[in-house]
Design a protein around this ligand. Structure first.
Ligand code: C2E
Ligand code: MG
Ligand code: MG
Length: 740
């Protein structure tokens, strides 16, 4: 047995030490004590060292196991190849990727796992790996043992062994999914650049991307279009109803296809065949819309179709506004020659919107088609029945008498006949429905009036028929003419009102149950240089019709914010919440939220002191957009009140969606609280509803103590009305507030 020595740094076990010392003892006779003494020290030291050794070994084993686990179960396949590309080593993942048992792999030729088309590429690459000392990678198609293929990414390193041999260490992963995604992307990119115009919008309809064909077809570049909405292309030839139907289909079926008139950048109006597809995320929420369109104006085969599109209403197949105007021009010329009267009957359905909202657009459409039939059945051949859009129809009667009274009687007869026909019940999809129409009539004779004027006259007469109780026929008369003339004069004055600083805000106090001032409502007044003070009822509808309400509304907003700022220094006014009225058109402006944000930040006011009053009808129109805008404003700290609450048909479903703070009971319910018990019940119901939704309730139009008492008793929180004060000009309001 050879003796083991323990040199410096070398360790041996306790028994080995004892064995090693035994022969030494034979030759040398040391005193036992000395030996024991000499031996005890190293033996204690060795004992410690042995412990450390065992510990180190255990640690080593642990880390080797850990390494082996990492090696085997790494998400990457590891291979070691000899210089002949024989598999010398493989981890479990590698074997799994290649679809074979690990033990069967060893000393297999790796080339067997290379797809045939890639073997040259592999040989070339492998040679390169063995020749160089740096890391190299490549993408290949590998073949599993069952013959199936997959794309792999290989990362290789050349290693020299101690005995001068060469090895290649390879890490490889399955990249099939990535390859497939890349391919899908490549195909999508090619498809995106197809001949058809494509635009992609986000869920809010804001354009994110357009393709080159879009630019070629419309004239709008990517920069022109991105961040805009498809309204950029709007031709103005489709009415609200058309878009409503489109959105209903899109929401229900996630898909819409049809013809649409679009305006090019150069102003030309073209017919497009448009397909819109909604793109939903896995959770079902719509994330994008993809619109694909091609121009069908230039396709000769579509010319007849285009004519139909251009001159006929798609739903009812009746002539549309353009065709009507053409025919009306011809009719005026014919009347001029024949000296016979003609008539234009403007027909608008009563409560169609209501029916459309409650029964759905599909039933609404069926009703319109049925009405178109009934109208056609009640006019003579040669007369024109046209649909202007929505629920508006026009009948043009030609060749009436050459005597004005007789012509009027003839037109009236047709009007009454049509009115009766529309009022008959409808059976649509098993539903029995009723609908009535209001009809306005104007006579024409030669070129006495222009085409536009005639339409305006009958429209105005129809408006009077509606005002007088609906389901009736009303003729345009000289009195109406005078009103119309006055209205158009007012309209042209209104265009200057803002610039000439003729607008004012009046302030009407709002109080709480203790009759303490808590806020005010800003109410617009127009101080006309000749007519004096004009109330909003007389000019706001006009401002809305002409779009002037947008700049006017902005002025109201800025003035109200400046007023809050001005009041902030005075303890009598600093905590007043100021309410302003915003009209539907203002709310629909894409930059409405931004304008409010700016008005707040430039004045630096506390946003909680600003309240915006909206009416129910304006909220229903485009509820998702409204809710989004209201939420954005809410986030700034602004409050919302629902004005004239109770006058529209309130649906709890939408009320729940709106981030409101307050309901404002309409003054009509407050007015006859004393003698109308149904109004009393309604007021109670509104207060209850407010409580259910966590909203406070204010009553407007409180004029007498009895009303206040009733409202107070039924849980109303705040009040506004002549009982406390009328709306006052700024100076008077400021004086008044100091006094109360
Ligand atoms: P509103 O927002 O419902 O305003 C309440 C109306 O009731 C005001 O009429 C107010 O003067 C009147 N009123 C207040 N207390 C009483 C009362 O005790 N008895 C009676 N009989 N009436 C009372 P005003 O000022 O003529 O405004 C009419 C409407 O015009 C407003 O109705 C609002 O819808 C609109 N309006 C006013 N200012 C603006 C504005 O700046 N922008 C917009 N878009 N609309 C405005
Ligand atoms: Mg109001
Ligand atoms: Mg109101």
């Amino acid at each position: 047995m050879s003796r083991k020595t323990s040199g410096p740094g070398q360790l041996c076990t306790k028994t080995e030490v004892q064995l090693a010392l035994t022969p030494e003892q034979d030759g040398i006779s040391w005193p036992v004590e000395k030996f024991l003494h000499e031996f005890q020290l190293p033996s204690a030291e060795l004992e410690i060292q042995n412990k450390e050794l065992r510990h180190a070994l255990a640690e080593l084993e642990k880390s080797r196991d850990c390494y082996m686990d990492l090696y085997n179960f790494a998400p990457v396949g590891y291979l070691t190849l000899t210089s002949e590309a024989l598999i010398a080593e493989v981890n479990l993942t590698g074997a799994t990727l290649l679809g074979i048992e690990r033990k069967e792999l060893l000393l297999h030729h790796f080339t067997h796992f290379i797809a045939d088309d890639y073997s040259d590429h592999w040989h070339h690459f492998f040679l390169g790996v063995l020749q160089r000392d740096e890391r190299q990678d490549c993408e290949l198609v590998l073949k599993r043992s069952n013959g199936s293929l997959f794309h792999a990414h290989l990362d290789c390193l050349h290693v020299k062994t101690d005995n001068g041999g060469h090895l290649a260490r390879i890490a490889f992963t399955d990249i099939s999914e990535r390859k497939q995604a890349e391919e899908t992307l490549r195909i999508a990119a090619i498809a995106f650049e197809s001949q058809e115009g494509i635009m992609v919008t986000d869920a809010n309809g804001v354009i994110q991307r357009v393709n080159n064909a879009f630019t070629r077809l419309t004239g709008y570049s990517m920069e022109d279009a991105v961040e805009k909405t498809p309204a950029l292309l709007s031709s103005g030839r489709h009415d609200k109803h058309f878009y409503q139907c489109m959105w209903t289909t899109l929401n229900e079926q996630k898909y819409w296809q049809g013809e649409m008139w679009n305006k090019r950048k150069n102003g030309k109006i073209c017919a497009d065949w448009l397909t819109i597809t909604a793109v939903a995320a896995p959770d079902g929420n719509i994330t994008h819309y993809v619109g694909t369109f091609s121009d069908i104006t230039s396709n000769p085969e579509s010319l007849a179709e285009i004519h139909r599109l251009a001159y006929y209403d798609l739903l009812t197949q009746l002539p549309n506004r353009r065709m009507l105007l053409d025919r009306l021009r011809q009719a005026l010329a014919a009347s001029n020659r024949s000296k016979h009267y003609g008539a234009l009957l403007f027909l608008d359905l009563d409560n169609f919107k209501n029916l459309n909202d409650t029964r759905g657009h599909y039933i609404g459409d069926l009703l319109l088609v049925e009405i178109a039939h009934r109208l056609n059945a009640n006019v003579r051949e040669g007369d024109t029945v046209a649909r202007l859009g929505g629920d508006e129809f026009v009948l043009m009667l030609e060749n009436l008498s050459d005597n004005i009274q007789e012509a009027a009687i003839q037109a009236d007869l047709v009007g009454e006949k049509v009115r009766d026909a529309v009022a008959l019940p409808y059976k649509l999809k098993g539903l029995e429905l009723w609908c009535t129409a209001s009809i306005g009539v104007s006579l024409f004779y030669g070129h006495e009036a222009s085409v536009d004027e005639l339409l305006k006259y009958s429209d105005f007469a129809m408006y009077h028929a509606k005002k007088e109780g609906r389901n009736s026929v009303r003729f345009f008369d000289p009195e109406m003419q005078a009103t119309l003339i006055e209205r158009s004069a007012l309209e042209s004055d209104l265009r200057h009102a803002l610039g000439r600083q003729q607008l004012r805000l009046y302030y009407q106090i709002q109080v709480n149950n203790e009759r303490r001032a808590i806020g005010a409502e800003a109410l617009l007044r127009w101080i006309h240089p000749e007519r004096g003070l004009i109330l909003p009822e007389q000019f706001i509808p006009l401002a809305e019709k002409t779009g002037l309400i947008v700049p006017i509304g902005l002025w109201v907003l800025q003035t109200a914010c400046a007023q809050i700022k001005d009041w902030s220094g005075n303890p009598a006014t600093s905590s007043l919440q100021l309410a302003l009225n915003a009209s539907a058109l203002e709310l629909r402006q894409p930059d409405f939220v931004e304008h409010v944000r700016q008005a707040i930040s430039t004045t630096g006011i506390n946003p909680a002191l600003l309240k915006i009053e909206l009416t129910e009808s304006q909220l229903i129109d485009n509820i998702s957009d409204t809710v989004a805008k209201m939420n954005a404003l809410k986030a700034l700290g602004i409050r919302f009140s629902m004005d004239d609450f109770g006058t529209a048909y309130s649906s709890l479903a939408y009320l729940k969606q709106l981030p409101l703070d307050q309901l404002k009971i309409d003054q009509t319910f407050v007015r006859d609280l004393g003698d109308n018990s149904s109004n009393a019940a309604l007021v109670q119901a509104i207060v209850l509803m407010g409580r259910t939704f966590g909203l406070d309730v204010i009553a407007e139009g409180v004029e007498i103590e009895a009303q206040l008492e009733f409202l107070n008793l039924h849980g109303c929180h705040a009040y506004q009305g002549y009982l406390f004060s009328r709306p006052l000009p700024l100076e008077e309001f400021e004086e008044f507030i100091e006094r109360v």
